[in-house]
Design a protein around this ligand. Structure first.
Ligand SMILES: [Zn+2]
Length: 90
C-alpha cells in the first residue's frame, strides 16, 4: 500500500493516479486551460481536466499503483474524506 494522489474519472468512476514526478506521458500541462489534462486508462478514453488543488491523497494497493488506476472501493482517502466522496458524488 502506498499513498498516491489521484483524481476520479467522470466516465469510468475509477481513480486515475497522478504521479508527482510527471513521468507519465498520459498527463500534460495545458497552457490554454491553465491546468492539466490526463488520459484515462483504456478501455476508457476520457480526458480529465484538473488542477493541483483537485488532487486528493489516497492509500492505494501496490498493484493499482502499477496500473496507474484503482477502483475506488480499494482506496482510502488519507484526509478530508468527506470532501473526497462529495466530489465523487457530484
Ligand atoms: Zn475513465
Amino acid at each position: 500500500m502506498a499513498v498516491r494522489y489521484g483524481i476520479v474519472c467522470d466516465s469510468c468512476k475509477k481513480l486515475l493516479l497522478i504521479f508527482p514526478e510527471g513521468k507519465s506521458s498520459r498527463i500534460r500541462y495545458d497552457r490554454s486551460l491553465a491546468g492539466f489534462t490526463a488520459k484515462c486508462i483504456p478501455p476508457c478514453s476520457n480526458i480529465i481536466h484538473f488542477n493541483k488543488g483537485m488532487l486528493m491523497p489516497y492509500v492505494v494497493p501496490d498493484a493499482a499503483t502499477q496500473r496507474g488506476q484503482a477502483d475506488l472501493v480499494d482506496c482510502r482517502p488519507v484526509a478530508k474524506s468527506h470532501e473526497a466522496f462529495r466530489q465523487v458524488n457530484e
